[in-house]
Write a protein that binds this ligand. Sequence first.
Ligand code: PAF
Length: 282
Amino acid sequence: MQTIHTIAELRSVLNAERRNGKRIGFVPTMGNLHEGHLQLIDQAKANSDVVVSSIFVNPLQFGQGEDLDNYPRTLVEDQEKLQSRGCNFLFAPSDAEVYPHGREAQTQVEVPVISDLYCGSSRPGHFRGVATVVTKLFGMVQPDVAIFGEKDFQQLMVIERMTEDLSLPVEIQGSPIARNEKGLALSSRNGYLSDEERETATNLYASLKAAAEKLQAGDKDFSGIEEEAQNKLEAVGFERDYYKVCRRYDLQPAGPEDKELVILAAARLGPARLIDNIQINL
Ligand code: PAF
């Protein structure tokens, strides 16, 4: 695997691949890679000829007081993991390479409505930062297909909408959530948890499964289900953020007629803000 730090070099190696008729698969990340990321690489490999991953801790998507400075940066370990899964190129640009005119002067990409819900309301500006950097990375890599984890379900929807609205010639694929043996969704932020908190954290997915069973059994009292789940999570030590039964295609609150649903949940546990979700077809 070759690691590249500049856009000019990236373009030059990928243009050569494209001239040889190769299909480019792309997995953007912020590094500190775990098995969930590596499964995205596997999916990219299965859907393309040349796999590019990026590692860039994007300052634009972190709010005031969030964990930008402490976000784990583990380039050497990440390179080994990517290499072991057959990734061909790692793009690891500096802040100045991505934002040469500074962050304040950067043109930004705003995906309206969906960006203001849930994580967007808890983290104002977050999805603007994500949409902006992903648009830029798409311009740099020019992938045929890009893979994003379904754990960040709202992010995946924002990126799908952005790609469609801006007519970007990239196929967006979601990849199923990778979980540990106890059901906890793999996340770089799990590293902030103590052993005890990591055990407690498994309640989040257990709660989503219990809520999904109620929906499957025909319960339409969505707000009752949401409230009960949040109360139970609070009882074991979570601080509530949001917990919402949504229709899948636009993430608006679900109505009784909706059949394709997703429950989106976020809650704080000690030092970490955890998110998870479950999809339900009625
Ligand atoms: O999901 C992430 O790791 C980031 O939000 C992404 C998509 C790499 C953009 O910085």
